[in-house]
Design a protein. Sequence first.
Length: 244
Amino acid sequence: MQLRIILNRRRRRALRSLAGDRSGTSLIEFALGLPLLLLAGLWGIELTHFAIMNQRVSQLTLELADNASRVGLFSGQTTIQLREADINDVLQQTRLHGSAIDLTTKGRVTLSSLENVKQSYDTAATQRIHWQRCIGTLSGTSYDSSYGTTSVTAGTTATQADAGTAAPNGMGDAGSQVSAPPNSGVMFVEVNYLYTPLVGAGWFTSQQRLHYIASFIVRDNRDFSKLYNPAPAATKATCDLHSS
């Protein structure tokens, strides 16, 4: 009996000591808070990644429009001839600069020449999408041009058959369309890119399309009659192709 009393006393002392023990409080609090801390950290990483990807796509769009507005070959007749090789060069630059985000395998780039000139077959200056060139493997209504298309032969000859597509209201979203200046043109670029979340779809952001446009007025006295393609002829990056 006495032994039992002693054991009960020791048990009660042990229980009172355990009840008052605070040595593991921090560890328990850390274990409980760690999942929330990890979620907050992943959320911050994902949002930062999303913002950076938007900035990259936006800068690539601006860069292509700017470069396309500058290129060409001086013809010796005070005008600059734009060649298929020149277009391929600026598209290649965009391809290389966008390789870090797999731009051409996860997106679609459309370069359009919006012009407001009087061609030899016109009675007055007409605003039209004279030609378009594209790179990128994705296709469909979410990735093809949202602001007008034209034929693959448009702009390749100085004839009415390849005049392109009339665009009297310009290109762009309703209420903020871009128009070409009289007797000049605008390089209009549209980039559609499929964003894949870094952490995983459905956690913080979803897989979605990033959409950016940019336009620059042609910087020189460009010959707008057609796209030139002297020998050796360059391969045309027409918009019926879907290659990276």
